[in-house]
Design a protein around this ligand. Structure first.
Ligand code: HEM
Length: 565
């Protein structure tokens, strides 16, 4: 073991003459062991022999590179990323992203603030935890944040790259979106009132006849209405019809894939693995072929009916009618129509499940809605769409359910097209941007200290009128339909279908919580939920549904007979 500088330090000494202060030999006077040519002071390696022996110009270059590195690091925008939770090697923050319970907790928001950064297997992901940050970046700067991140399995393989909800924004997405928007405006969805009204009546009758199968009834009604609206499909009686079962199967598969169960989303080179070595690829291609066959079969049925039966209102019929204007091919139209089922089915049925939970958990809210219906509609007939403007409390409940328990807690992912900044925090180009819809809807800065409580009155004015919601919520009172140019294109249809169904259920029935064997009431746990892919549903709970007054059944029967005419 030697002490002091290595024998030939002339190059080093020249270097220190040129760059005094960078390396000052005298400062190493109390040199500690030099081992293998390395000068060490107080246990820290400061210079290595190979460098000492380098020629002066090379040392200069290395030094400049070092300075350039330090300067570029100091100036790099990446230093200003939003706060990030502790991450694991390689997978980064994958577990945090998939843990909705933690992401939607007050602890998460308090510790990481308005905007949070997650590194998910190397993919930068920004989570907006406040309404202000989400609406600023995803709504007001929509031109930069309207893209979708690449989804290889669900979009590129399953939907051939033409899924309106999952494809990146571009010329084709714009044409599809315009076509969908035109057919689903507030005015356009009125043509589906007869379908919605009929479905609501069937739903109420089924709930009274068979309350224990409530979730199935909600799924049947959502599936049936969307099939009728999209394809003019006959009313589904059970939801077990083959066409629906087929779609459900492929949707379930896709929903699981969306949350990134497939590694290929993180390692895109895996797409080149031949099918015979990749089970996920074989399965995805099989599902894609099935999906294509179902979408084209359902769409062609409408085309044939248009010729043989004539035009009856449906989304597909309106696409065919305006095909030239929208410049969509047959396949694009068929896929656009098929996507509506996927987008509208689970969202609507799950919202009805949360609505039921709220009615059972908050009987005083139900009583007030019953009083409103008695005053406005009476007990001699069922409520209709014509009553809608005079039933603000029924509407306020719908808004509050969507705010209080959003079915898509993290919405759908957007993508930043260019580098962006929010409040001094860096949002890198290409980053996945997700609105934490749960935190946005529960934002105390907007909804007050009682943001976590279920209070439909917050949407009403002093005279009981429905108020426009805060401006950050597009005046809807919540942001459960998402943001900017990617916001839900089916929101009017969703609102109208929730209105007629919930108004009719409330008019006809009383919903109460279940009881234990001693007859004690068992209020449901309003925080418990189950995850179905990207959706959250309430955990199963008991609910007793009974007619509200003696005349209910006969009025329902009469109404159903009128549909059969
Ligand atoms: C309560 C019911 C519903 C909820 C809560 C809901 C929620 C959402 C959300 C959060 C998004 C993503 C928005 C974003 O990226 O910022 C979305 C997109 C979409 N929704 Fe809905 N939705 C509902 C019902 C419907 C219905 C009934 C339809 C159609 C019949 C529909 C069609 C779509 C489509 C096509 C998109 C994709 C839009 C695009 O990417 O351009 N939704 N929805």
């Amino acid at each position: 073991m030697t002490y002091g500088f290595p024998p030939d330090t002339s190059a080093l000494r020249k270097f220190t003459d040129w760059f005094p202060g960078v390396y000052n030999a005298s400062s190493y006077a109390p040199a500690v062991p030099l081992d293998g040519g390395t000068a060490v002071r107080e246990g820290v390696a400061v210079y290595s022999l190979p460098l000492v022996t380098l020629s002066l110009p090379l040392q200069g270059i290395l030094f400049c590179l070092l300075v350039a590195f330090i300067v570029s690091y100091a100036m790099s925008s990446w230093r200003w990323l939003p706060p990030q939770p502790r991450r694991l090697p390689i997978i980064g923050n994958l577990f945090q992203l998939t843990d909705k319970r933690w992401l939607c907790s007050r602890d998460c928001k308090e510790r990481f603030g308005e905007v949070m950064y997650l590194d998910v297997l190397g993919k930068p992901t920004i989570i907006f935890n406040s309404l202000k940050s989400a609406s600023e970046v995803l709504e007001h700067r929509a031109s930069n944040s309207s893209g979708r991140p690449r989804l290889i399995v669900t979009n590129e393989i399953l939907l051939g790259g033409i899924g309106i909800a999952l494809m990146d924004h571009g010329e084709l997405w714009r044409r599809m979106r315009r076509a969908a928007h035109e057919a689903l405006t507030k005015a356009a969805v009125q043509r589906y009132y007869p379908i919605q009204t009929k479905e609501a009546t069937i739903l109420v009758s089924a709930l009274l006849a068979n309350p224990e199968n409530r979730e199935q009834h909600f799924q049947r009604t959502a599936a049936s209405a969307i099939m009728s609206i999209t394809y003019d499909y006959p009313t589904l009686t059970s939801g077990k019809e083959k066409a629906v079962q087929d779609i459900d199967r492929i949707l379930n598969w896709a929903s699981r894939a969306t949350v990134g169960t497939s590694l290929v989303e993180f390692f895109p080179w895996m797409i080149h693995i031949p099918q015979r070595f990749a089970k996920w690829k074989r399965e995805a291609l099989k599902q894609a072929a099935k999906r294509s066959e179902i979408y084209l079969r359902l769409f062609n049925r409408v085309k044939i009916d248009l010729v043989s039966v004539g035009v009856r209102p449906s989304f597909s019929a309106s696409l065919i009618e305006h095909q030239d204007r929208h410049r969509l091919s047959e396949r694009e139209m068929a896929y656009l129509a098929g996507q509506l089922y996927g987008a509208g089915f689970e969202t609507t049925s799950t919202s009805l499940m949360w609505w039921t939970l709220a009615m059972v958990a908050f009987p005083e809210v139900q009583r007030r809605a019953h009083a409103e219906l008695d005053a406005v509609v009476g007990r001699a007939r069922l409520p209709t769409y014509a009553d809608a403007p005079r039933l603000p409390y029924v509407w306020a409940i719908i808004r509050e359910v969507l705010r209080w328990r959003p079915t898509l807690r993290l919405g759908l992912a957007h993508r930043a097209a260019e580098d962006d900044w929010y409040d001094g925090m860096f949002i890198p180009k290409g980053a996945t941007c997700m609105a934490n819809i749960w935190h946005c809807n529960h934002d105390r800065a907007v909804f007050g200290d009682d943001a976590d409580e279920f209070k439909p009155e917050r949407h009403l004015g002093d005279h009981g009128e429905l108020l426009p919601g805060p401006k950050e919520t597009n005046q809807e009172g919540h942001v459960s339909f998402g943001f900017g140019r990617r916001a839900c294109v089916g929101r009017h249809l969703a609102n109208e279908s929730l209105f007629i169904r919930t108004a009719r259920i409330l008019w006809a029935a009383t919903l109460k919580c279940g009881r234990d064997e001693n007859g004690k009431e068992q209020p449901p746990d309003t925080n418990a939920f189950v995850e179905i892919g990207v959706f959250t549903r309430p955990q199963p709970f008991d609910c007793i549904i009974t007619p509200r007054f003696p005349g209910v059944q006969s009025i329902l029967v009469e109404e159903r007979e009128s549909f059969e005419d």
